[in-house]
Design a protein around this ligand. Structure first.
Ligand code: NOJ
Length: 532
């Protein structure tokens, strides 16, 4: 990394889902003070920053992505003072802090929506959201489908409908109303003035809606749209998302230009990372033009199979999409919305792929618990909380499996997460996956990630250019970056790779080199240092 590059350009950013990280006050839910208590652990990982999923005031109908006061900490997570202490502690420990911003919608418990419901049709209070009269037959204004299943429209008590792309408790904001823009600018400044180093922007592609008066889905698309979710075959998902009139409208970019001016008015490098789902994928580059945001999430790898061809397509595609604007990709294998990668691909595969991606230029988002190679938790239907489960009448199980709290201890009650019953129960079998158990085992996933993160800077320092190497086997991916050679063996067989050099880092400790050949165990990756 050159000294001119901003801190985030090749950072490792650790996503914390606050409700599931660590409970300091024995109520079964994680909190901000709990995160502060684990500062030594966070520091020991070798990460550059933490990203906190929402901790704002919220009735918690969608894991806090239903915000009822964006400038207030929900009492379940603590107070503004706790937040201030956490930010200071992170900064004292050289960790930056990114917070979530949820601009597409508010909670229906937000004061504005309460005012809107109480107000008359057409009133200024209603114009902060998207209210419409029903069709003459009483049906909703159009046939749009919520991303969580069901209609995007729900009825207010007076019979008007309001739009919600997600749950009915998440009314969409009307970004054509200058009051909405002004309120978010105040929110950005509020958190920046409290020391945050950046924002992750929720549904960043969705703020501007067009053609609200019109039906969108043709009947043959409607049944698929009904189950539009992350598990859907990616090509089909893209096809459906290609044309929806509520995503990726040109008007969103003006919003980000305004925000960028706010970020740039602070005397530190503020990072902004956008959650976007756009089609065609090349349009992602528009969000990271020099006067807009800094990063876009690249979600492609969340669904890519562990096959050399598919991984090559995805990784090289991520670079070429952003090349026109000179931005680097972000890499992520797990988050709070998708199945944990250890469950989706298998533990060895997930570790091999993470180590491989960590060697690439760009920044890496590590989801809490991924360093432990946690699988998805088994969640009983009676414990489920995700609105996706309820809105699809149980057809989709939802995202709770990836949100089960972290196991800290091998022998304490509830794996040391909380003295009370955790909001989603932790399996007894997770004791052996706990931080405590993995600390004691030098071959553990935790030690693997720590090792990789502690020496990754050498790769970052060797520049942002990589060269793919035609490999001897169709199941091996190989590239060079400076003096490093990086290999991934996607096959279930041992593989040999002819090269000089010695092993610098490997996902599997059986990896070896004899000066002319690298010996790769099945489902493994390694970083090789070669003679200059
Ligand atoms: C994306 C968030 O990551 C997800 O958890 C949430 O349900 C939706 N946006 C709606 O805010």
């Amino acid at each position: 990394m050159s000294s001119q590059d901003p801190w985030w350009s090749q950072a490792v950013i650790y996503q914390i889902y606050p409700r599931s990280f660590f409970d300091s006050n024995g109520d079964g839910e994680g909190d901000l003070a709990g995160i502060a208590l684990k500062i030594e652990y966070l520091k020991s990982l070798g990460i550059d920053a933490i990203w906190l999923s929402p901790f704002y005031k919220s009735p918690n109908k969608d894991g806090g992505y239903d915000v009822s006061d964006p400038r207030m900490v929900d009492p379940r997570f603590g107070s503004l003072a706790d937040f201030g202490r956490l930010v200071d502690l992170c900064h004292e420990n050289s960790l930056r802090v990114i917070v979530d911003l949820v601009p597409n919608h508010f909670s229906s418990e937000h004061r504005w929506f309460q005012e809107a419901i109480a107000a008359e049709a057409g009133s200024p209070a209603r114009q902060r959201f998207h209210f419409r009269d029903p069709n003459s037959d009483g049906s909703p204004p159009n046939n749009w489908i919520s991303l969580f299943g069901g209609s995007t429209w729900s009825k207010a008590p007076d019979g008007q409908f309001y739009l919600h792309l997600f749950d009915q408790s998440q009314p969409d904001l009307n970004w054509e109303n200058p009051e909405v823009a002004a309120d978010f600018e105040e929110t950005l400044r509020f958190w920046l003035d409290r020391g945050v180093d950046g924002f992750r922007i929720d549904v960043a592609h969705g703020l501007v809606k067009e053609e609200i008066e019109k039906d969108h889905y043709a009947p043959e698309l409607l049944s698929d749209a009904l189950r539009l979710d992350i598990e859907m075959e990616p090509a089909r998902r893209s096809e459906i998302l290609a044309t929806v009139p509520f995503f990726n409208r040109p008007g969103v970019h003006e919003i980000y230009r305004t925000w960028r001016r706010i970020f740039d008015s602070y005397d530190r490098d503020v990072v902004s990372v956008a959650e976007i789902w756009v089609h065609p994928p090349e349009e992602a580059a528009l969000y990271v033009r020099p006067d807009e945001l800094n990063q876009v999430f690249n979600f492609d790898l969340l669904t890519t199979p562990f096959e050399a061809d598919a991984l090559f397509e995805s990784i090289s595609g991520a670079f070429s999409i952003l090349e026109p604007v000179g931005a680097l990709p972000t890499w992520a294998l797990s988050n709070h919305d998708s199945p944990r990668v250890a469950s989706r691909l298998g533990v060895s595969q997930s570790q091999a792929l993470a180590i491989f991606l960590l060697a690439l230029p760009g920044s890496f988002y590590l989801y809490n618990g991924q360093e432990l190679s946690l699988p998805d938790g088994d969640v009983l239907d009676s414990d489920r909380q995700d609105p996706v489960y309820f809105r699809t009448q149980g057809l989709q199980k939802g995202r709770d499996g990836a949100r089960v709290p972290l196991p800290w201890s091998a022998d304490e009650v509830n794996c040391g997460f909380s003295t009370a019953r955790p909001w989603l129960p932790i399996a007894e079998s997770w004791r052996e996956l706990s931080v405590e158990a993995q600390e004691k085992d030098s071959a553990s996933s935790l030690h693997l990630f720590r090792r990789a993160l502690s020496i990754r800077q050498a790769l970052v320092d060797s520049g942002s250019n990589i060269a793919w190497i035609e490999s001897q086997s169709a199941e091996i991916l190989a590239f060079t970056r400076g003096d490093f050679l990086v290999l991934l063996n996607t096959s279930r067989e041992d593989q040999d790779f002819a090269s000089d050099g010695s092993i610098y880092m490997a996902s599997n400790e059986m990896t070896s080199a004899d000066g002319s050949t690298i010996y790769l165990p099945p489902l493994s990756s390694c970083w090789v240092t070669r003679a200059k």
